[in-house]
Design a protein around this ligand. Sequence first.
Ligand SMILES: [Zn+2]
Length: 74
Amino acid sequence: MFPGCHRVPGWCDAHHVVPWTRGGATDLDNLVLVCRRHHVLLHEGRWRLHRDPDGTWTTDLPARAGSLPGPEPP
Ligand SMILES: [Zn+2]
């Protein structure tokens, strides 16, 4: 669900939107599929992923756009 990333679901990890270490549940309402590369970036805190009220996923760009890896080409 990382915008611009086109990895197929079978190559993705389930990411906790609210981390389980902070009480986030392991259920579909709190999980999103992201590829390994973007999963690591989310856990490193360099990117943030948000679900908008309409269900669309968006990201906050890193502070120094261009210096960090972004979405991979399809
Ligand atoms: Zn990805």
